[in-house]
Write a protein that binds this ligand. Structure first.
Ligand code: PEP
Ligand code: MG
Length: 293
């Protein structure tokens, strides 16, 4: 069985009818890139950059972040690398960043909401990403987007940073793709509209499921409600994929569900273009995709 899977390292995943599907890896630290490559991934579908900010006493500088992003882009040698901007709040705290006490942290000050409030922090990360962009095939996505204005405000900051960097003599790639995570039901419902503005979607099922079913992803007591195959969740996923395709955009998934072999056949049928998962699930996912019509 293990030997069978190993043979798939250099095999590209496609369905029997010939649809090519990207199988990518999720990483939290730059070094994780090696495990992803060893398992034959087509790219990185989610780099959770908050790990660069955690387990330390201060913010990572622009220079440090630039080094981390450049490292991953170079190791991936031109394969797509989707980097997600800082997703802090909810269950993830930083010791050096004062956060409000909230009744419902998962519904509160987190991710893009925090970044658009603390543009001083956000711009440091955007500058590091823009500078690193010339070293590979960079795609950037924003977490927890609930409406178009959050994406537009983020893009305005990107524009500001680009102008500043160029004035300072830095090169910035012209071909970066800009996308959003679809992990709030409102974004899934509005996918066809949002798709007019973004370059791609990546569905974050870990959060999408908890928000759709109002079942905290951290709570044991309600975990019986947390069902990736709930018809409401499946409809939202389908709407998101269809919404992307209606505007000629691609749609990926980077939540746990993407690596769940019982869910993959349904997601392939819905037309999902990219599956991103932990490195250890990649080969089995390829095998399942190769069996699909
Ligand atoms: C998700 O919500 O599905 C996701 C991939 O992001 P995270 O698990 O980091 O919230
Ligand atoms: Mg999430």
């Amino acid at each position: 069985e293990k030997e069978e899977l190993k043979k798939l390292v250099d095999v590209k995943a496609k369905t029997k009818s010939g649809k090519r599907i990207e199988v990518a890896g999720n990483i939290g630290k730059p070094e994780d890139v090696h495990k992803v490559l060893e398992n034959g991934a087509d790219g990185i579908g989610l780099f959770r950059t908050e790990f660069l900010y955690m387990d330390r006493d201060d913010m990572p500088t622009e220079e440090e972040q630039f080094g981390s992003y450049k490292y991953v882009l170079e190791k991936m040698e031109g394969k797509p690398v989707v980097i997600r901007t800082l997703d802090i709040g909810g269950d993830k705290q930083l010791p050096y960043l004062a956060m409000p006490n909230e009744m419902n942290p998962f519904l509160g000050y987190r991710a893009i909401r925090l970044c658009l409030d603390r543009t001083d922090l956000f711009k440091i990360q955007l500058r590091a990403l823009l500078r690193a962009s010339v070293y590979g095939n960079l795609k950037v996505m924003f977490p927890m987007v609930s409406s178009l204005s959050e994406f537009q405000k983020s893009k305005e900051l990107v524009e500001e940073c680009t102008v500043e960097l160029k004035a300072e003599g830095h090169d910035v790639s012209e071909s970066i793709e800009w996308g959003i995570m679809v992990e709030i039901p409102a974004a899934a419902v509005m996918a066809d509209e949002l798709a007019k503005h973004v370059d791609f979607f990546s569905i974050g099922t870990n959060d999408l499921i908890q928000y759709t079913l109002a079942a905290d992803r951290m709570s044991e007591k309600v975990s019986y409600l947390y069902d990736p195959m709930h018809p409401a969740v499946l409809r939202l996923i389908k709407m998101t994929i269809d919404g992307a395709h209606s505007q000629g955009k691609w749609c990926g998934m980077c939540g746990e569900m993407a690596g769940d072999e019982t869910a993959i056949p349904t997601l392939v049928e819905y037309g999902l273009d990219e599956f991103s998962m932990s490195a250890s699930s990649i080969l089995r996912a390829k095998q399942v995709i190769l069996e699909q019509e």
